[in-house]
Design a protein around this ligand. Structure first.
Ligand SMILES: *Cc1c(COP(=O)(O)O)cnc(C)c1O
Length: 613
């Protein structure tokens, strides 16, 4: 069982000696990395960042586009910017900027805050593009970036922004940013993010507005500064068809605008949307194209239009974010509890004289073997039905009912084990019925918000024991008190995990491809905050753990919510001081406990007294 690692893993991970390992240099296992971090008394979920995977994606994008350009003898340049909204965390962004320096890989900003980050961290020669709605102040910040010497293009979403640019250009000090126009296309994307493109899109100028924009630019003597047209048809584009349509439309708009006298226009920015494969099952793959196909189609189509219409080939800009960021981060979280572990033989409270059907269940449980597994399974389900009816009618008591539940559950598990090589449809159905709930030490709202919000699935798998056939059809529960905090699976695409006794062993679950969008979208629901993170550098002989940032303490969370943390502490302390139930020595001890707990993070360490370490 490889959990589809060959489908979504992109050769970044492999299974060896029972464990998931990184397919890079010394190939450490994820479990080994996590255990090393946890040695420093760090518990709860850990987000691992791998800079070598950021480097891989950047290299891949530039190499693939440059190969396509060479193949089609494309005379325009290829440029990429990373859209900060996808992941703004410093240990991601700083690595990305450094790794991208040799390509002049730039940054894209969609807000004032992101623009300031771009101005602070972007490599000097690399481009900055600015999208999204802008007020005068934001446009002024763009001018400041230009005055600093950045190569910046402000893409306008509407005519009023252009009017603001013209107004501000008269007031400032001479350096004027390049101007891009976001075009509104007929063609739109497919999939859950398709809203970004299309004629009803939130963004972009209509044909009429484009004509007006060109006139305004000419009148203001800024037509040379109009260098780029831009579109973005949505994220995670699952099919290449709509993109090709959008390219033809954009290519012809480029030609028309050039012919109308947009003499400075030299670039088409095709936005982001390059999809990655999240699926663990062949029947539900997420995209129908590869990076090469994407690069070849873009280069070929733009070349073709330029040659036929006799305009210079536009410089190509892309703003892929998900494709660059998703793979670099893996969330690892320990299993805290299996919920049906209450169904153990020790919990049986058999009586001297049991109801005959209970006695029969017990005999089935003791004697079930492979030849008769199916038959006995049917019998026990039948008996359970009868026994539950007897309970409703008042003929058996709660102890009998508890014995029934335990025995049937035990029989099902035994039958599943005995029949594991004969996956009949019925057995699969029963496996669903005894779906084991794995309580995992993480918050879905914090770490996988897109799973909660838009049902985006992420690859999930155990990180160890991969030589053993797992037997438990699982669903995953997070530690929030919200019934939505569950990842459920169905028979068509199940998650099968190993039986674990969490009192005796650690069992870690890995959530993969969580590097794009999840971190900043994550919510502090129930006040679980960003997990502890660490950056892992792998070399030929081992690995090093850098920049460990522990999950926020409970007091930090209160502070974020604008509580006066002194006040909170004082109130708590006063209540202990005033308590008449305890003596002074005990009070001192409890005050110490409160202090420690408030200064630690809120993720769980133990459950039922069992330490998760
Ligand atoms: C969000 C966004 C992107 C990034 O999209 P991905 O699907 O992550 O590649 C690029 N450009 C613009 C304008 C965006 O809004």
């Amino acid at each position: 069982m490889d959990y589809g690692i060959k489908l979504w893993g992109d050769n970044n991970f492999f299974i060896d000696n029972k464990k998931v390992k990184l397919n890079y240099k010394s190939s450490p296992s994820l479990v080994k990395i996590v255990q090393q971090i946890r040695e420093n008394d760090i518990k709860g979920p850990i987000l691992l960042r791998f800079p070598h995977l950021i480097e891989k994606q950047i290299d891949l994008v530039y190499r693939t586009f440059n190969k396509a350009r060479a193949e089609f003898k494309y005379r325009g340049t290829f440029n990429a910017v990373y859209p900060l909204k996808v992941n703004q965390y410093p240990n991601f962004v700083k690595n990305l900027v450094q790794l991208g320096e040799k390509y002049d890989y730039g940054l894209e900003a969609g807000s004032k805050a992101e623009l300031f980050l771009a101005m602070a961290y972007n490599n000097k020669k690399a481009p900055i593009t600015v999208n999204g709605f802008k007020d005068e102040e934001m446009i002024s910040i763009g001018f400041i970036a230009c005055e600093m010497g950045h190569n910046i293009t402000i893409t306008i979403e509407g005519l009023s922004e252009l009017e603001n640019i013209i107004k501000i250009s008269k007031k400032r000090f001479g350096s004027i940013p390049n101007i891009g126009l976001r075009i509104r296309l007929h063609s739109s994307g497919v999939g859950i993010w398709a809203k970004s493109g299309g004629i009803n899109s939130k963004f972009g100028l209509t044909s009429t507005e484009l004509l007006q924009a060109v006139n305004l630019l000419k009148k203001a003597n800024l037509i040379e500064k109009f260098t780029m047209i831009h579109f973005h048809i949505g994220s995670q584009i699952s099919e290449i068809g709509p993109l090709k349509k959008a390219l033809r439309e954009a290519g012809n708009l480029f030609v028309q605008l050039k012919k109308m006298g947009a003499t400075g226009l030299n670039a088409i920015n095709i936005g982001g949307g390059l999809a990655i494969e999240y699926s663990q099952h062949r029947q539900s793959m997420n995209r129908n194209y590869s990076l090469s196909e994407y690069a070849n189609d873009i280069t070929f189509l733009l070349k073709d239009i330029s040659v036929r219409k006799n305009v210079p080939e536009p410089n190509i800009f892309i703003e892929s974010g998900r494709y660059i960021a998703a793979s670099h981060a893996v969330l690892v979280a320990p299993v805290l509890e299996l919920f049906s572990q209450e169904y153990t033989e020790e919990k049986l409270q058999l009586k001297e004289k049991n109801p005959p059907l209970v006695q029969e269940l017990y005999d089935i449980y003791k004697t079930i073997d492979s030849p008769r597994a199916q038959e006995y399974l049917h019998d026990s389900l039948d008996h359970m039905d009868s026994l539950l009816t007897l309970f409703d009618l008042g003929y058996i008591d709660l102890i009998d009912r508890s014995n029934t539940e335990i025995l049937v559950n035990l029989i099902m598990k035994k039958a599943i084990m005995l029949l594991k090589d004969k996956k009949t449809r019925e057995l699969l159905r029963i496996q669903d019925m005894v779906q084991e709930r794995y309580l995992v030490n993480f918050s879905m709202f914090q770490s996988l918000p897109d799973l909660w919000g838009i049902s985006q699935s992420f690859p999930v798998m155990p990180l160890d024991r991969l030589d053993e056939k797992p037997t438990r059809s699982a669903s995953i529960w997070d530690i929030t008190c919200d019934s939505d905090g569950e990842i459920s699976y169905n028979r068509a695409s199940p998650l099968i995990l190993h039986d674990v006794d969490v009192t005796k062993e650690e069992y870690f679950i890995g959530f993969f491809l969580v590097g794009a969008y999840q971190e900043v979208l994550g919510m502090d629901h129930n006040l679980f905050t960003h997990p502890t993170e660490a950056t892992i550098r792998i070399d030929d002989t081992g690995f090093s753990v850098e920049n460990v940032i522990e999950s926020q303490s409970i007091l930090d969370i209160f502070e974020d919510l604008d509580y006066d943390i002194k006040e909170v502490q004082e109130i708590l302390n006063e209540k202990i001081e005033k308590s008449s139930l305890i003596d002074d020595k005990t009070k001192k001890y409890i005050l110490g406990e409160i202090y420690l707990f408030l200064n630690d993070n809120g993720y769980l360490k133990t459950i039922n007294g069992k330490d998760d370490s």
